[in-house]
Design a binder for this molecule. Structure first.
Ligand code: TEU
Ligand code: CA
Length: 548
């Protein structure tokens, strides 16, 4: 049961408005009580924070705002004492432009670290080496330093891509990994890992390739060679867990990263579910059967022995309840519980993003200056300031999709600063913390938090929920998500009402309910032996069943 901590927004221990490692240490009992067994910590390394830590200046140093190495060691010891393992973020497709390697590289051709990065001359007509675009807008190339060459950056210009074809670079990365593993961390979440290998010819991209740069950049020639080398040289020598952020990778390709006999990674994140309503930066309508089909395809591709990670959101996505549920006061609690049931009862390793266990919602953004995220700011610049999109249209899209929605501070209490900080928070706290907060939910048996604890405990005691077969028993239903999990005689059916009306749901004729294991509403919805269940709006329940 993995819990993602975004350190900047989790808990501020010293009143500077920025979450820190001591703040995490202070809340370890909360994580323990929730039932978390692994923490994934978003980057905690020294960084100028152009992209909130995903631009690393020194891989062996703790970000000053987050604390010291002694604080890190204390946090790790506190986790281990509670049986919680720590997985850290490995961001090695790129470094910060302030990293010592790049500062040397940029001094010109012939610099010691020049070939740690990717440099190419521009085209004769003053254009960059090719037409590749960066995820945060503009060209993926920036001209810098003497010699007039351009360097490659798939993200911001302040995030130059490392040259993985240089064996020295790979050895440096492996040394960084050993440094943290030797300290006692238990693995890595690997940032944009499919992007590390590049087609070094850098041909101009076609319009189709440019329309999906994630898929284009994710298919370099040597990615799997490098991952196998990393496994052989580093991972195989430690007891680790690895999860790759597989942007641009289809579910059919999952096994190339995760099949046990390939010795690469343990699991990867797929983004199809979180992109079900996305069309570039715009949103589009979605229906439940599309979401169900995504899970079905993934399990189909994985086969019986494949393994995956399931998640509803992370620090790059809107809040789960605002995205897939209904965050209006009337349905927020019910729909957050429904989504938790969907995610935590799936096959695979569940990842919970901080605050989701409270049913935290998107922030009510109304103006561009409320945003912190570089991707929102750059999009505004490219689309609105350049006159392509009306401000109101972009503001409406950003309010739904912005990464800042999930980055607002954790809501611990109803008080000023939400129990997150005694100072001025680095990003505004959602005003709804007066009702949505850990303290209030702690003492409420009907809260989202209480329900998460129940679900996690259920999963922990029932192996069928972890590794049992998954089958969607009603894929076309637009209101109800109904799936079974089974191993031998251990048979469970999960029923979730995604609609805002009561549904009298008839089970397949071969299936009879036996015993209710968990229920998000607590209403007596069906008796043993029943063949149908009246499901309240957004109600979710898990039953044992028997086959007739
Ligand atoms: O994310 C990769 C990535 O592609 C996303 O930023 C994507 O652009 C976004 O989800 C659009 O919705 C990883 C990190 O998770 C992210 O925070 C970093 O900004 C990015 O890599 C660069 O390191
Ligand atoms: Ca702080």
């Amino acid at each position: 049961m993995v819990y993602q901590v975004y350190p900047r927004s989790f808990a501020d221990s010293n009143g500077d408005g920025i979450g820190d490692l001591n703040g995490i240490t202070a809340h370890l009992d909360y994580l323990k009580k929730l039932g978390v067994t692994v923490v994934w910590l978003s980057p905690h390394f020294d960084s100028p924070n152009v992209d909130n830590g995903y631009d690393i200046r020194d891989y062996r140093k703790v970000m000053a705002e987050f604390g010291t190495m002694a604080d890190f060691d204390r946090m790790l010891a506190g986790m281990r004492a509670r049986g919680i393992r720590l997985v850290i973020d490995l961001v090695v497709n790129h470094t910060s432009d302030q990293h010592a390697w790049f500062r040397d590289a940029v001094t010109g051709p012939g610099a010691t670290h020049r070939d740690d990065y990717i440099w190419r001359p521009g085209k004769a007509d003053g254009l960059p080496p090719n037409n590749a675009t960066a995820f945060f807008g503009g060209s993926a190339w920036t001209k810098a330093g003497p010699g007039g060459d351009y360097y490659l950056h798939y993200f911001a210009p302040q995030q130059p891509d490392l040259n993985w074809d240089n064996p020295k670079v790979r050895q440096n990365v492996y040394d960084v990994m050993r440094f943290w593993l030797d300290k006692g961390v238990s693995g890595f979440r690997m940032d944009v890992i499919p992007l590390i290998s590049k087609d070094q010819a850098f041909p101009d991209l076609t319009a189709a390739q440019l329309a999906d740069t994630a898929a284009t950049y994710a298919h370099g020639p040597h990615t799997h060679d490098y991952l196998r080398e990393m496994n052989r040289e580093v991972l195989s020598h430690y007891d680790t867990m690895t999860v790759g952020e597989a942007i641009g990778i289809s579910d059919a390709e999952d096994g190339k990263f995760t099949a046990a006999d390939r010795h690469e990674l343990n699991m990867i994140f797929h983004f199809d579910a979180s992109n079900v309503d996305r069309d570039g930066w715009r949103t589009k309508p979605w229906a439940l059967p599309e979401l169900k089909a995504i899970y079905d395809r993934l399990y189909g591709a994985l086969g019986k022995d494949g393994w995956t990670a399931t998640f509803l959101t992370n620090h790059d996505k809107p809040r789960a309840v605002s995205h897939f549920g209904d965050d209006a006061p009337r349905w927020r609690v019910a729909s957050a519980k429904a989504l938790a049931t969907m995610s935590l009862m799936q096959r695979g390793t569940p990842f919970i993003y901080q605050g989701d266990e409270l049913g935290m919602t998107n922030y009510p953004f109304t103006a561009i200056d409320q945003y912190n995220d570089i991707s929102a700011k750059n999009l505004w610049h490219e689309q609105v300031e350049e006159g392509h999109v009306a401000p109101a249209e972009m503001l409406a899209a950003l309010a739904k999709t912005s990464r800042d929605n999930s980055r607002t501070p954790m809501q611990w209490t109803a008080g000023k600063g939400a129990g997150f900080t005694q100072g001025v928070p680095w990003l505004a706290i959602n005003p709804n913390h007066v009702t949505i907060n850990a303290q209030a939910e702690e003492s409420d048996a009907g809260s989202v938090l209480s329900y998460y604890r129940e679900l996690i405990a259920l999963r922990a005691r029932m192996p069928v929920l972890v590794s049992g077969d998954y089958q969607d028993i009603d894929p076309g239903n637009r209101d109800i998500y109904a799936f079974t999990r089974k191993i031998g005689d251990d048979r469970l059916v999960v029923l979730i009402n995604f609609s805002e009306h009561v549904v009298d749901y008839a089970l397949p004729s071969t299936l009879r309910l036996k015993e209710r294991l968990i229920d998000s509403v607590g209403a007596a919805s069906a008796m043993a032996g029943a063949g149908h269940v009246a499901l309240q709006p957004w109600q979710a329940a898990v039953y044992r069943y028997e086959s007739q």
